[in-house]
Design a protein around this ligand. Structure first.
Ligand SMILES: Cc1cc2nc3c(=O)[nH]c(=O)nc-3n(C[C@H](O)[C@H](O)[C@H](O)COP(=O)(O)OP(=O)(O)OC[C@H]3O[C@@H](n4cnc5c(N)ncnc54)[C@H](O)[C@@H]3O)c2cc1C
Length: 403
């Protein structure tokens, strides 16, 4: 029996590497039959880069990512700069750079490293449909998977780490999570080849165009090869949740009427089929992420609003802290069985991580509301609390004291 990790996303693969560092064998089960190039850009704030360094992939990530020298917040219509963050001294201030990259590149690096270390460590086309015998610490968890032909596979595991994302089955089944609530915003995400924007004057780094109820965020990824954007708009009607809903540029452009010409030039250059729509859903933080031999991690444990760009960062922090808790528990309690050691490690992981992630969860939701709710001019005189001013970047999952 091995430890089962559900989900080969960022959190699941990072956890697999962390467990390996702790000397614990794990197998990752993923519902998709192949790992494709999905998603668009994401931010890796310094706290996340420290986690990637501990996992042994920091240098490869730096080679693929973009490092914004500055981040500007501008008036949505005039383009006037309201707030400028200089990022040139980020390494000196926080001990690691602020990076932005294509999610697929981050995912590929983690996957390649995992398969290099554990060639048989990934089972694709395995959708978890049930988790049995999870109600007592003594019981061996039994996982039931279904493949694309509807064939079922039962697997017993030493322990289970559920990194199965936003719509986690394990969160619902074991922790009885309540239904998500539509958060009132829809986002369009797109990637535009930079060559298609040759005539658009673009400042370096990342830029947010802030307007009441609407925001447009853009930054380069793929070492300046692609411009990644996300356009947020407050809407009344429900929108589907998920990363792969198809959207249209026309819808986004209509909701961003009155925005600066740079915004419309980027939207207009979006290649066919490269604009995705995504309804933002809010969920209450769970009081508990672990029970006996089962632990939740990443979006499965704490799906949060995206305003602070801490979704991937929090999953990476979780993985490192969990790995360190396993190292601590297996070295401190030699005589105990592995399941008992893992149960102890899971409890310490939850105690170490819960307060920070719950703070990010609440602040991120409130921060987005503040940003989209105010007249943009106020940002100049009264900058809002954000992930930087809250001190989130100083956190180091490698040295954080374990509970
Ligand atoms: C397709 C996709 C595209 C994304 N694009 C972006 C983006 O462009 N920008 C951004 O900031 N964030 C994006 N995200 C979200 C971001 O990756 C996460 O918020 C963050 O990295 C936390 O990762 P996670 O591993 O907890 O969850 P996820 O990255 O969501 O990974 C969860 C994994 O679990 C698998 N899974 C789910 N249910 C089951 C099941 N029952 N059985 C087996 N496997 C299961 C999923 O297929 C997925 O691979 C995307 C996520 C996905 C899945």
């Amino acid at each position: 029996m091995t430890t089962a990790i559900i989900g080969a996303g960022i959190g699941g693969l990072a956890t697999a590497l962390a467990l390996r560092k702790a000397g614990v064998t794990a197998v990752v089960y993923e519902q998709a039959s192949a790992v494709g190039e999905v998603g668009a850009g994401l931010s890796l704030t310094p706290n996340a880069v420290k986690a990637l360094d501990w996992l042994g992939v920091g240098e490869r990530i730096r080679a693929l990512a973009d490092e914004p020298p500055q981040m500007l917040t501008c008036h949505y219509a005039s383009g006037e700069t309201l707030v400028a963050f200089d990022r040139s001294d980020t390494v000196q201030r926080y001990g690691a750079p602020y990076l932005q990259m294509h999610r697929a590149d981050l995912h590929r690096v983690l996957l390649d490293e995992w398969l290099k270390q554990s060639p048989d460590g990934l089972h694709t086309d395995r959708r978890l449909i049930a988790l049995e015998a999870n109600d007592s610490a003594d019981a061996t968890p039994r996982l039931v998977f279904e493949d694309a032909t509807a064939h079922r596979h039962a697997v017993d595991a030493t322990a289970v780490i559920a990194a199965d994302g936003l719509k986690s089955l394990v969160r619902t089944q074991v922790f009885g999570a309540t239904a998500p609530r539509f958060g009132g915003f829809v986002a369009w995400r797109g990637l535009v080849p930079l060559a298609a924007l040759a005539d658009v004057p673009l400042s370096a780094g990342s830029k947010v165009f802030a307007g009441p109820g609407r925001l447009f965020v853009r930054y380069p990824v793929r070492r300046g090869g692609l411009m990644n954007y996300v356009a947020f708009a407050r809407v009344d009607e429900w929108q589907p949740e998920g990363w792969s809903q198809t959207g249209t540029v026309a819808e986004a452009a209509a909701l961003l009427q009155g925005f600066h010409p740079e915004v419309h030039a980027i939207l207009a250059a979006t290649p066919e089929g490269r604009c995705h729509k995504w309804g933002l859903f809010a969920r209450e933080p769970l009081p508990q992420w672990t029970r006996g031999r089962v632990a939740l991690l990443g979006d499965a444990a704490h799906p949060m609003m995206p305003w602070f760009g801490q979704g991937a960062a929090s999953a990476l922090e979780d993985a490192v802290v969990l790995g360190r808790c396993v190292i601590a528990s297996t070295t401190e309690t030699h005589a105990q069985s592995l399941p008992t050691q893992l149960i102890t490690a899971f409890r310490r992981y939850e105690l170490t991580r819960h307060a920070r992630v719950t703070l990010i969860h609440h602040e991120s939701a409130a921060g987005g509301e503040r940003l989209a709710g105010m007249q943009p001019e106020r940002l100049r005189d009264q900058p809002v609390r954000n992930e930087d001013s809250l001190g989130l970047f100083s956190y180091d999952p490698v040295s954080e004291a374990l509970a």
